[in-house]
Design a protein around this ligand. Structure first.
Ligand code: NAI
Length: 275
């Protein structure tokens, strides 16, 4: 019960990582306001929570809706904890094809939303004991091959923004950190390519099977894995931790599969006959 009496906001919590985080915060005593564009999903998460979670429609690409979400969470008190999590795959085109408005739309969803989440939450968190923010980045911030370029660039921005915010908001007594998820089986992959609802569970099962092979830890990453890291960084156990990130990727960034799996064909296997 690390969050008894705390008031929290989680964006994008109708599904996946945000949902698991909101449920974990509520299970440990927090009162949580979740914001999402998925009204049915948001209401369903609220219904799972014994009244500790409430839902408000909030599109994080709209500054006024972010401000309204934060103000609603603070009504009758302040805000203690914020998780800027909402996201989607964004534009998939490469740099030689992407339209300017698609680039902007992706940055607004994944990077500007995080900046504005902090912008509107910070004055409502200022000076509250244990105030903390966690922003969700991605392994795609660390290199190519994990996600499209517009998404990956935005997630790299989230990492640096989180470091700068830790310094900028220190005078308000707010800690800021990022969590860097690896491959976590959620709806983000099926919604990015528009898998029809009737096929989502089947396709997610196939994705989970692949995800179990993607990194040294031989199982698929789960939303609860990320929720555990997020809630650690939000908790007073992390009261001396700010301006950094926690990588939760099952070891994915350790290296390519041949670097840790002796049975995988090496990238230089063409040379094997000559060794
Ligand atoms: P998800 O698709 O299960 O959940 C994302 C949620 O964000 C959904 O409920 C969706 O409705 C909401 N959302 C989308 N656009 C929104 C908007 N404009 N305003 C408000 N809410 C909006 O996906 P997941 O995986 O839980 O994603 C959560 C975060 O984790 C995202 O920022 C994502 O980029 C990040 N992430 C996910 C990884 C993965 O492997 N699943 C890896 C690295 C980062």
């Amino acid at each position: 019960m690390r969050f008894t009496g705390k008031r929290a906001v989680v964006t994008g919590a109708a599904s996946g990582i945000g949902r698991a985080t909101a449920l974990r915060l509520a299970a440990e005593g927090a009162t949580v306001l979740i914001g999402d564009i998925d009204d049915a999903g948001g209401a369903a998460v609220a219904a799972e929570s014994d009244g500790r979670i409430s839902f408000r429609h909030a599109d994080v690409t709209d500054a006024a809706q972010i401000a309204a979400l934060m103000n609603a969470a603070a009504a009758g008190g302040g805000i203690d904890l914020v998780v800027n999590n909402a996201g989607a795959g964004g534009a998939r085109e490469g740099l030689a094809e992407i339209a300017p408005e698609d680039w902007d739309r992706t940055q607004a969803l994944l990077l500007r939303s995080v900046a504005l989440g902090m912008r509107y939450a910070a004055p409502l968190m200022s000076g509250r004991a244990g105030a903390a923010i966690v922003n969700i980045s991605s392994v795609s911030a660390m290199g190519s091959g994990y996600a499209p370029v517009a998404y990956s660039t935005a997630k790299a921005g989230v990492l640096h923004l989180s470091r700068l915010a830790a310094a900028d908001l220190a005078k308000h007594g707010i800690r800021v950190n990022a969590v860097v998820p690896g491959f976590i089986v959620t709806n983000i992959f099926t919604s990015a390519v528009g898998v029809p609802p009737a096929q989502v569970d089947t396709v997610k099962g196939m994705i989970a099977a692949g995800a179990a092979q993607a990194q040294p830890v031989a199982r698929a990453g789960r939303p609860e894995d990320i929720a555990a890291a997020v809630t650690f960084l939000l908790s007073d156990e992390a009261s001396f931790v700010t301006g950094t990130h926690l990588l939760v990727d099952g070891g994915m960034l350790v290296g390519t599969r041949p670097s840790w799996d002796p049975d995988a064909p090496g990238m230089m296997s063409a040379l094997d006959a000559f060794r």
